[in-house]
Design a protein around this ligand. Sequence first.
Ligand SMILES: [Zn+2]
Length: 159
Amino acid sequence: MGEDGGAERRFLTDAALGRLARYLRMLGYDTVYLKGRDGAAVLRETLRTARTLLTRRRDLAAREDIDAFLVEDDDVLAQLSATARRFALRFTAAAMTRCIECNELLREVSKEAVLEMLPPHVRKTQETFARCPGCGRIYWPGTHYARAVARLLNALREG
Ligand SMILES: [Zn+2]
């Protein structure tokens, strides 16, 4: 089998691919986004963490001492499709378990615990919540979420 394409694959994206990183996290893939634009630093971090590097830089993508993939599209959904095609990414149970802002795994939390922080319509319509231990952001399977998932699924199908 070799590459199984499960959510176990861990990514690192360079500074030009912040939106792609958020989509990968939405799918449940452990994805570190490196803000700096220094190629040497990106290379060091890729070697240190043994992650798969997603980059727009040809010089980095061409290296043979790291696992790197050149992302050529400008549009984030096209980027996601290309990445999904390359690594056989799938929509699995790991989707929606990770904070899209900081990559932390979400923890389930009771409605009572977050009640004060919920907009009124969410308070009325949602029962299941998760919170990011990193930034405190609260997630629920609401409409905004559902639209994002639909976009992801479409992107993967096109891929
Ligand atoms: Zn977070």
